[in-house]
Design a protein around this ligand. Structure first.
Ligand SMILES: Cc1cc2nc3c(=O)[nH]c(=O)nc-3n(C[C@H](O)[C@H](O)[C@H](O)COP(=O)(O)OP(=O)(O)OC[C@H]3O[C@@H](n4cnc5c(N)ncnc54)[C@H](O)[C@@H]3O)c2cc1C
Length: 370
């Protein structure tokens, strides 16, 4: 009996579990190790914060999917991989031997900035962020707050700032705290086309969100925020959506990584140094063709990963993963309104939000209705 171990219930592993459910292999024993029984779909997280979705609507039940795939579900985090003896060590002391290992554990919030870990609401892990957001919202409704800062000028930070501003206006009207968005890059969304960026800025103005670009944060304190320029201002709460960091486990395990500590993988999604270890999504970098850390690539890698895991177990040839460079971007803008981008084109509207809503619901339903 061959042993396949899946580390992390990420977006690529959804396809792997789906594939195992559709084509069971009685000669392979499968285990999945992940700390939460659900995967929160980040495409819908801003919609949850804005109040458009319940938490259940954005969640995919991993225990159920594992059951359909005849996989053992182990609710724990992996802390170490030992490629020499082909073992994984988990937080609960479980040691799992593997013939083929697949890693899809995502990324971590990263800052290195004073006070962030202690005083900010970190976006990752998502489950912890959701709990902190619910507590903050209850606190604001009961006791008020003068301002909220969101650090992070990427799509996640922009969507969260707009979602927070929308929710607070809807719930508190003129008593809503002021929302500001801070980024150390000279402009918001530096990798997006001008047409998308202008539309985003217009939507931020609509909610009177203060934008501070080119402003690195030096310290997050209790109730204040200090910039690298020395400027200090009051911030009742700070949401940290800046920086995507690699899990420390890879370097601690001696696995091959890129300069930032993400797993180094080849075109076949296999570790460049450890045969039998595959990876996809935010946690890995395809060294010959690096792509942004976006869920869309984790999703697209899923079917190729599923095929290559089967091939590695059977000793048959692997297939390369070659994602398209251009992809559709749909950014939610607080209310039921979204901005779309493809290549150099940008557009927006309520219909764009409806389009995004349908894509997102269909994705979650695909893994919920199985
Ligand atoms: C607010 C926000 C909005 C976003 N919107 C979009 C969007 O619209 N489109 C887009 O393309 N991208 C978006 N992103 C980026 C997207 O969230 C990530 O790129 C995506 O989640 C990466 O998927 P993944 O499968 O690699 O990892 P994840 O989705 O993070 O899944 C990792 C899984 O591994 C588990 N895990 C973590 N550590 C361990 C461990 N040590 N052992 C075992 N299991 C572990 C986790 O619990 C989780 O189940 C957004 C991000 C944010 C923050």
């Amino acid at each position: 009996m061959k042993r396949l171990v899946l580390l992390g219930g990420g977006h690529a592993h959804l396809s792997v579990l789906e594939d195992l459910a559709l084509h069971p292999d009685e000669h392979v024993s499968v285990s999945i190790v992940t700390p939460q029984p659900q995967l929160l779909y980040t495409g819908m997280l801003p919609g949850y914060v804005a109040g458009h979705y319940s938490l259940e609507r954005c969640s995919i039940d991993l225990v159920r999917l594992a059951g359909h795939a005849h996989a053992s579900f182990i609710q724990a985090s992996a802390v170490l991989v030992n490629p020499g003896v082909r073992e994984v060590i988990c937080t609960d002391g479980t040691v799992l031997g593997y013939d083929v290992l697949s890693i899809n554990v995502g990324s971590q919030s990263q800052s290195g900035v004073k006070g962030v870990e202690r005083n900010a609401l970190l976006v990752r892990p998502l489950q912890r962020f959701v709990n902190s957001w619910m507590q903050l919202l209850a606190h604001i409704k009961n006791q008020g707050l003068s301002s909220i800062s969101v650090a992070g000028g990427g799509a996640g930070g922009v969507e969260l700032a707009l979602a927070i501003a929308h929710r607070l206006r809807r719930e508190l009207d003129s008593h809503a705290p002021h929302v500001r968005l801070i980024t150390d890059s000279p402009v918001l969304l530096p990798s997006f086309p001008e047409g998308v960026r202008e539309r985003i800025l217009r939507n931020l103005r609509r909610y009177e969100i203060g934008v501070h670009a080119g402003s690195g944060v030096a310290e997050v304190g209790l109730g204040f925020l200090r910039l690298e320029s020395g400027l200090e201002f009051e911030s009742g709460a700070t949401v940290w959506a800046a920086g995507v960091g690699a899990p420390a486990m890879f370097r601690e395990s001696g696995l091959a990584t890129d300069a930032a500590g993400f797993l180094a993988i080849d075109d076949y999604l296999q570790s460049t140094a450890s045969p039998g270890i595959f990876a996809a999504g935010d946690c890995a970098t395809q060294v010959n063709d690096p792509r942004p850390k976006a869920g869309v690539f984790a999703v697209r890698a899923g079917p190729v990963l599923a095929g290559n895991l089967r091939a590695a177990l059977a000793g048959t040839p692997l297939k390369p993963f070659r994602p398209r460079r251009n992809f559709l971007t749909l950014i939610s803008a607080g209310r039921k309104h979204a901005i779309g981008g493809y290549g150099s084109f940008g557009w927006e509207g309520g219909w764009t939000w409806g389009w995004k809503d349908r894509i997102d619901r269909r994705f979650v339903d695909r893994f919920t209705a199985t």
